[in-house]
Design a protein around this ligand. Structure first.
Ligand code: FES
Ligand SMILES: [Fe+2]
Length: 420
């Protein structure tokens, strides 16, 4: 990896309690992030359940690079560059498909689902020096999954996915264990929003508890059952630093106090989903099942681009210093059709274009991006809660819902990666 561009001192730009506004606007910093975070670190690509059959593929982006997550004929998940090795054409423009042979529409080269070049039309035109294997589609070096969540890392030498996830793997367990089969199914379709703000505003905002009562006032008022959780010095939820840039808003202390199942779902009555509850009890036992149904799924960021958004799964990718794309799908649980039918409606209400949450956050992110153009106070304050953080029983820093512990955790890890 090249050293950080001369003149950018990330230790200066990212201090313990404040960060510099240029981190959201500077093109050199953005390019350095693409190299270090997206092209040399582990990033979320998709979920196993999206490509159940061999030849199934979905289009994805790693940073600005178009890629395909594809299941080859041996059943292995591969992440291939979505680029023909002849003259660079994008192989697929659709969102998903099933193809055992990847056919480039430009001159008709054909590749196997593992990227091997199989055929070139009118092959006689190529001389003796033409060596087919030189034209196999490049693969991302490391692909691994945890509970079906597929991650890729293009660095030649990389830490393992397990090392990258660290203790935050428990958050993915918590997602999958909401399912009575222990498996999730991301088959509900993805909703995509492109907007004019730096990508880092997403992981920051998604586990920022301070903005909820203000930015999402209409949501808090409409879901009055949860309002006390979001507001006030006595609110019980906490923000948590899981290490490696992974962060969480942990709502479980509030839900446990209320001690009702489905409080996190917006007070779903047990009578509406009897089969789901029975299936959960069968898998986990009555007591453990109830605990899961009181706690609900996590609200957490897996650095750098995956948001476990309770009953939604979200990822995002940058397209420019001041532009990014955020992509959502409902969290479907395999073996829980009763609940899944409700979840798609909840997704529409929570994160659809006319919904409560996403529109609020995106508007604020775009406003912030514009606000950053104004000079005079070039630093952004992140000092909230520095004096009242605690460490939980597992050694992770936690603090009041409204504290910036999660933001500082994100930026500290970012700094470590950018200074490597
Ligand atoms: S660019 Fe793909 S076959 Fe020519
Ligand atoms: Fe928000």
């Amino acid at each position: 990896m090249n050293s950080v561009k001369e003149g950018i001192d990330f230790s200066e730009l990212i201090q313990d309690d404040r960060i510099h506004g240029s981190l959201y606007t500077d093109a050199d910093i953005y390019n350095e992030e693409l190299t270090r975070i997206f092209y040399n670190g582990w990033v979320f690509v998709g979920h196993d359940s999206e490509i159940p059959e061999s030849g199934d593929w979905v289009r994805r982006n790693i940073g600005e690079q178009p890629v395909l997550m594809i299941r080859d004929k041996t059943g292995q998940v591969q992440v291939l560059m979505n680029r023909c090795t002849h003259r660079g054409n994008l192989l697929f423009t659709n969102k998903a498909g099933n193809d055992h042979h990847l056919l480039c529409p430009y001159h008709g080269w054909v590749f196997d689902a593992d990227g091997t070049l199989l055929d070139t039309p009118e092959a006689g035109g190529y001389g003796k020096q033409f060596n087919k294997p030189d034209f196999n589609i490049p693969k991302v070096n490391h692909v691994d999954s945890y509970r079906g969540f597929v991650f890729a890392c293009a660095a030649e030498e990389a830490i393992t996915l397990a090392e990258h996830l660290g203790d935050a793997a428990q958050l993915l367990d918590r997602v999958a264990d909401m399912s009575p089969s222990g498996e999730i199914e991301l088959s509900g379709g993805w909703l995509q929003h492109r907007f004019k703000a730096n990508w880092k505003m997403l992981p920051e905002n998604d586990t920022d508890g301070y903005h909820v009562a203000s930015t999402h006032q209409s949501f808090v008022m409409a879901t009055s059952s949860q309002a006390p959780d979001y507001v006030g010095e006595d609110s019980l939820p906490q923000v948590r630093d899981w290490g490696n840039g992974h962060t969480e808003i942990d709502f479980t202390p509030g839900y446990r106090k209320v001690d009702k199942t489905f409080e996190w779902y917006g007070r779903l009555s047990e009578s509406k989903v009897p089969d789901y509850i029975a299936a959960m009890e069968q898998r986990y036992g009555k007591e453990e099942a109830r605990k899961k149904l009181v706690d609900g799924p996590p609200h957490a960021i897996i650095f750098p681009n995956l948001f476990l958004a309770e009953m939604n799964i979200v990822y995002y990718y940058p397209v420019a210093p001041d532009e990014c794309v955020q992509v959502y799908t409902p969290l479907y649980l395999k073996g829980a059709p009763e609940l899944n039918k409700r979840t798609i409606r909840q997704t529409e209400g929570a994160v659809g274009p006319a919904a409560f949450l996403l529109a609020d956050d995106v508007t604020i992110a775009e406003r912030t991006q514009i606000g950053l153009r104004a000079h005079g106070s070039d630093w952004l304050d992140l000092s909230r809660g520095v004096d009242r953080e605690e460490v939980d029983k597992d050694g992770h820093p936690v603090s009041h819902l409204s504290d910036e512990t999660s933001n500082r955790a994100f930026w500290n890890h970012y700094k470590a990666v950018m200074n490597q």
